[in-house]
Write a protein that binds this ligand. Sequence first.
Ligand code: KG4
Ligand code: ZN
Length: 345
Amino acid sequence: MTTVLAIETSCDETAVAIVKERQVLSSVVSSQIELHRTYGGVVPELASRQHLETVNPAIAQALAESGLTWSQIDGIAATVAPGLVGALLVGAMAAKTLALLQEKPFLGVHHLEGHICASYLEQPRLQPPFLCLLVSGGHTSLIHVEAQGQYKTLGQTRDDAAGEAFDKVARLMDLGYPGGPVIDRLAQRGDPQAFKLPEGRISLPGGGYHPYDSSFSGLKTAMLRLTDRLKLDGDLPKADLSASFQVTVAKALTKRAIACAKDFSLKTIAVGGGVAANSGLRQLLTATAASQGIEVLFPPLGLCTDNAAMIACAAAEHLALGRTSSLKLSVQSRMPLEKVMELYG
Ligand code: KG4
Ligand code: ZN
């Protein structure tokens, strides 16, 4: 039985969780959204300062809610890459200090590996190989999960990430930040056929289109032109615009994920990242995959956006395989998923 306490502070959530054998015993997420809302995005210095204030109470709360004592915890983990360096440092230092004090192994975790492992918390029997569609504020990737810690990125975005596109389009309609959940809610009562929008295909030099890469900048520009024109006529039809935008993103992601799964003979697609919470994507991808004999897994709704349970889950998988990190491990703002194994040994 492997039980891990993990801390996640890579961006604007201070999160601490305890996971035992792919089961969440406690998950505390303290969001800084209100703090950053006035700036329309995350301010790194404010984020680090807030993490410092919140991290210790969050650790105490996660431990209390789990009902465990330190002696029942096998390892202590923290997100160490990628993310805001000052923010990552707070979580990593807290985890290393705890590891030293409690005499437990420390594990550094790659944030995106956490998003990939979030599906384990929904489906504890899931094992590699499978395809992960990772759609967050910073990434839109198709990843071949060959084994724990072994990843190959098969497709990615050439410009904006899916979540970033949701956020930027929401700003065009004055819907606030973060935009994904608001667009998702508005889209429920809009007409997805109201406006025809470009899906953003990547041309290949020899002709045809790249099967797995995506692009959302053209769609964003189309939305900008459309909203500018519609604003001249009066109030924006925000529900119809949201529904049309959302279905276009869902179609683009579904088409690429299914093509990739079929080409690599993968029978399972696990979706991860904040946009995995999107109802339009959930419906379209699940229905399309079912017609092709492919199973689709989404993390529990509350574990799509940043949280520490997914980080604890990833760390527990590595710890169960005998892997731990050095206390000298540093944090990194960028790091390809292909280098995850460099965090251990
Ligand atoms: O994974 P995440 O919490 O942070 C990153 O690691 O980037 O993803 C945040 C992103 C934001 O862009 C947010 O707008 C988007 O996920 N998001 C959604 C929904 N909920 C969150 N996008 C579409 N529909 C949603 N329901
Ligand atoms: Zn994330």
